[in-house]
Design a protein around this ligand. Structure first.
Ligand SMILES: [Fe+2]
Length: 245
């Protein structure tokens, strides 16, 4: 597992901000989703049926997104690296095999918790919390390798217009529900400038799909952040209303 990897992070090249970074947005989404879910499991009352149901539903959504993310990286990003630099994605491809197994083990733990006797639930919830924390730690190490070493391989072998075309192929392969889930976690975790970059999504998506994204995101932005995003996207300001026609 990548948890055995020395924790010293790889340095990010100073020029990285000048190149198109395929990882930055989705990885901000995943870090946000992972840490929020970890906190929720940590504070869950495992014997409160409603709290347990809502928390484990978010946990399952996180596992779904992590699993889908691994497949997208394998199918698109690793494939692109390997096409021009054989074995260039070997390290993170091996990590992905471990991540899929780790996700299956965590799902089993969550199902066992759901079916457990009341007296066993608190200790099983604590075990799930600790094991999810290890998964998150492992993924944080892994994502840094992707953002440094894999990005270096992509930047050495592809022009930015080629990377942008790859980005569009990935995004257009996502089912609407997955895209909505990514946006719900990515936009609140992004800088104002990155959020304003969703202008392109507004132009390329059906109005209902864009409205669904805005409705999902608005509750997770404070008024200042929402005001900046609404102005950047040209959304009329209507206090108390998230939806727009
Ligand atoms: Fe990955």
């Amino acid at each position: 597992m990548t948890t055995a990897t020395p924790s010293r992070p790889a340095a990010t090249p100073a020029t990285s901000a000048q190149r198109l970074d395929l990882y930055v947005g989705i990885h901000k989404a995943l870090r946000h989703f992972m840490t929020d879910t970890l906190h929720r499991i940590g504070r869950m009352d495992a014997n409160d049926a409603d709290d347990r149901r809502r928390t484990l539903a978010q946990f399952e959504s996180l596992m779904d997104l992590c699993e889908q993310h691994v497949h997208h990286e394998n199918d698109f990003v690793h494939a692109a690296i390997e096409a021009r630099q054989p074995r260039g994605a070997a390290r993170t491809a091996d990590d992905h095999v471990e991540h899929i197994a780790h996700i299956a083990a965590l799902r089993d733990e969550a199902r066992s918790l759901e079916q457990a006797e009341p007296s066993a639930r608190a200790s099983m919830a604590l075990r799930l919390y600790r094991h999810l924390a290890l998964f998150v730690a492992d993924n944080f190490q892994h994502m840094n390798v992707e953002e440094t070493q894999n990005n270096a391989a992509l930047w050495a072998n592809y022009r930015d217009d080629e990377l942008m075309a790859l980005h569009h192929r990935i995004v257009s392969s996502l089912p609407p529900e997955e895209n909505l889930m990514v946006m719900r976690w990515m936009i609140p975790a992004s800088t104002p400038a990155e959020r304003a970059g969703t202008r392109g999504m507004r132009a390329g998506a059906p109005a209902e799909a864009f409205a669904a994204v805005i409705d999902a995101v608005r509750p997770h932005l404070d008024d200042h952040a929402w005001d900046r995003l609404a102005r950047a996207l040209g959304i009329p300001q209507q206090p108390g209303l998230c939806h727009f026609g």
